[in-house]
Design a protein around this ligand. Structure first.
Ligand code: ADP
Ligand code: MG
Length: 727
């Protein structure tokens, strides 16, 4: 047999049929097969004896099938397979399989297998109901660990195991992509050895060592991809905009009605230094809701305008864009009214550009952007897709990053010859590992303190399952706030309305309605269009109630928002459109209905809308979920802490990591199998340092061809090509 390597095709090795079955797992090469790691192991030293089984126990045992009988099911279609199995000590137990006709040809008398499942009782005898099973072949019998693989309907775990062993026998140890320096310092096993050990371990220590090494491969793949990305953007030329003494920014600072917080100062000088360089800034500023990110962004924009260039501020929704434009105008006062009578000397002008402008206004706005008359353009993300022309775009500020992916960031960067500086702002605190991966192409700054004078928000869970009468108290509380001259939000997970049966959420936010681990068939979530009229005729009768959601025509949205800002409405019944950026200091109460349908960070974000003024805020999380459920625990966590970082970490634990890391890999199957954002923080951090050094030293990875291949395996060849082939 000729030697094979990682790129060899499997078919000549395992045969046509097996190769086709493996293809159902997306495995066509030797490399893909040996990177298809076992999901778990059965430790033969820890198997249970049948004689010692107890009711309720989760048991894993090796036994031989003694008898198997196929029976009709009484209540349903299909057949049951009743099986008696016997272990080496001679004890027996009954097993029942529901899909009898499917498994009877595998679970035949004489077959030895690993059975695992929960021990129950039937007809006063212990039994295993529908256990998982893995038939054993002779080779398995002598091994201390059995590897269990993710399988499909087309191929069993043991078939996969057999193919892997066959291939490993023929495969010479592959060249190790990790530099010796890294391997030596981190005491990592060699790749070939790690691959053999993860598939055919002799001990638990083998499994740990192998996994540890292979996690490193993934961490390095990701970090190299990001380092390449950072390197590529850092090479691009950008317009340097050093601060201009006596310019617009100085004039603005002089008329600011408050002192900047220490964080605003620090982050402000980081940004100022970035903008002064001849390569584009790529910075993420994270700061909890109310931390004062807008001022930070505006100061950056003014520095760029002082440099004779334009700045654009992108918001996720039209409501927000319009509101940003208004608050920038308010903050700038006469400094933002260039061309008007009362304008200050250095004044610039702010142009709002959204999809909903009338034809004429739109034409004017486009013209202002193109001619450079508009120093600052505020708009929605649609602005990018529409290829608005700018006279001289120097800075792009993206507000509320969590709705804005890597690809869109790239779209921004690839405008024109000079790359604009990019400043991304997010209120969702980002755990360290997420910052190092999903946002790994950005420098990160944080605004950690809130401006002084911020009022505390008290959050309570209103558990209707246990305390149905509390619902009335919720609305009484809202009335009290309104009677005291304040305003309130009522947030629902859904818009509702006629043709909206299947639509669950108002945004594309994956957080909402994601997990329904408690209760199988929930009623549809409460909807704005149903809740608002009910409140108007009932609990909140007589109050001025407005409705806001993503389906309203843009000018109506804007009108409602303005009315609420002016105090012309007492209560705003809304979807999560108010989640980000809405700033109405007079609103002091927020009622979130079906709160269990929202993500933790999202609830935190939502409640940040209240308590922005001098009066304390209250947030009521209303839920039907009974005590003791995970959903309730999560809400209790939100009520129990105002630490956004803690909630973001919890959110990460609850969310499938694939969703988070998936953002790195547009649309392709994940090359990440072992890497965990929760468990591998230190490895990720170290890999980032190594990757940065390696790329600085060898930007084309020419002396590191193994690493170049690793990048492809981890983030896809397209991404790899985007950064390597250009260099
Ligand atoms: P966010 O970070 O949530 O976007 P904003 O920028 O909307 O927060 O700021 C919230 C409010 O705090 C605004 O009304 C803003 O004018 C005000 N603010 C910002 N910085 C300060 C400061 N240093 N001192 C006092 N108030 C501030
Ligand atoms: Mg904001």
């Amino acid at each position: 047999m000729t030697a094979i390597d990682m790129s060899s095709a499997l078919e000549p090795l395992v045969g046509k049929r097996t190769a086709a079955a493996l293809e159902s797992l997306d495995i066509t090469t030797v490399g893909a097969l040996v990177r298809h790691y076992p999901r778990r192991y059965v430790d033969r030293g820890k198997l249970t004896d049948i004689a010692g089984l107890e009711i309720g126990e989760q048991a894993t045992l090796v036994a031989q099938v003694e008898k198997s009988v196929l029976r009709d099911m009484r209540s349903r279609r299909g057949k049951l397979l009743n099986v008696v199995i016997r272990d080496e000590k001679g004890a027996t137990i009954d097993c029942t399989f529901f899909n009898g006709h499917k498994v009877q040809h595998i679970i035949k008398p004489g077959v030895r297998a690993v059975f695992s499942g929960k021990v129950g009782v039937f007809n006063q005898k212990l039994q295993l109901t529908h256990p998982q099973f893995e038939p054993l072949d002779e080779a398995d019998e002598i091994r201390p660990f059995l590897s269990v693989y993710p399988a499909t309907g087309k191929i069993t775990s043991q078939q996969v195991a057999r193919c892997v062993r066959q291939v490993l026998d023929l495969l010479d140890d592959p060249t190790d992509p990790l530099p010796e320096l890294v391997r030596g310092r981190e005491k990592l096993a060699e790749l070939g050895r790690a691959l053999r050990r993860i598939h055919v371990p002799e001990s638990e220590a083998d499994i740990h060592a192998a996994r540890h090494r292979l996690v490193w491969d993934e961490a390095m793949g990701v970090q190299l991809a990001l380092a390449l990305r950072r390197h590529a953007t850092a090479q691009r030329p950008a317009a340097a905009c050093p601060p201009v003494p006596g310019g617009l920014l100085d004039a603005f600072d002089a008329r600011l009605p408050f002192a900047l917080t220490a964080g605003q100062h620090t982050v402000g000088s980081e940004i100022a230094a970035d903008l002064a360089r001849e390569h584009p800034m790529n910075r993420l500023v994270q700061g909890d809701v109310g931390a004062g990110k807008t001022v930070v962004a505006l100061r950056a924009m003014l520095q760029v305008v002082d440099g004779g260039r334009q700045a654009v501020l992108l918001a996720p929704t039209e409501v927000l864009a319009a509101q940003h434009a208004r608050s920038l105008r308010a903050l700038l006062g006469p400094l933002g009214r260039a061309g008007e009578l009362d304008a200050a000397e250095q004044a610039t002008s702010i142009t709002l550009l959204t999809g909903s402008l009338g034809a004429k206004a739109r034409r004017q706005a486009l013209l202002d952007a193109q001619s450079g008359a508009a120093g600052i353009v505020v708009g929605t993300h649609a602005l990018i897709q529409d290829h608005v022309g700018f006279a001289d775009l120097g800075l792009v500020v993206v507000d509320e990053q969590h709705r804005f992916g890597v690809e869109q960031r790239d779209a921004l960067r690839s405008r024109g010859e000079l790359a604009p500086h990019v400043l991304v702002m997010t209120a969702t605190p980002i755990p360290r590992t997420v910052a190092m991966t999903v946002y790994g192409d950005l420098e990160v700054s944080a605004l950690r303190e809130l401006p002084r004078g911020r009022s505390p928000i008290s959050t309570s869970v209103v558990p209707l399952a246990d305390k149905p009468t509390w619902f009335d108290r919720v609305w009484r509380r809202v009335r009290e706030e309104v009677a005291a001259g304040h305003q309130a939000y009522v947030v629902c997970p859904r818009v509702g309305g006629t043709d909206a049966e299947v639509e669950l959420v108002d945004t594309e936010d994956p957080d909402i309605g994601a997990d329904s681990d408690d209760g199988e068939s929930k009623r549809p979530p409460l909807a704005v269009l149903e809740v608002a009229p009910k409140l108007a005729d009932g609990a909140l009768e007589g109050l001025r109630i407005g409705v806001l959601h993503g389906k309203l025509p843009p000018d109506e949205k804007d009108a409602v928002m303005r009315a609420f800002e002016r105090g012309g409405l007492d209560v705003l019944v809304a979807t999560t459109v108010i989640e980000v950026g809405v700033d109405v200091p007079n609103s002091t109460a927020m009622v979130i209905l079906d709160a269990d349908r929202f993500g933790l960070s999202q609830l935190h974000q939502l409640r940040g809308r209240v308590g922005r003024g001098s009066a304390p805020g209250v947030c009521l999380l209303v839920t039907d979920m009974p005590a003791g459920t995970t959903a309730r625990e999560r809400l209790d966590a939100v009520a129990g802490t105002t630490d956004g970082f803690e909630l973001a970490r919890l959110d990460l634990e609850l969310r499938r990591e694939g969703d988070v890391l998936g953002a790195l890999q547009s649309g392709r199957r994940s090359g990440l199998r072992l890497l965990s954002l929760l468990r591998h923080e230190e490895i990720i951090a170290k890999a980032q340092v190594y990757a940065t050094h390696i790329v600085a030293d060898d930007p084309g990875l020419r002396r590191h061809s193994g690493l170049a291949a690793l990048v492809g395996e981890t983030v896809g060849d397209e991404e790899r090509a985007a950064y390597l082939d250009k260099v």
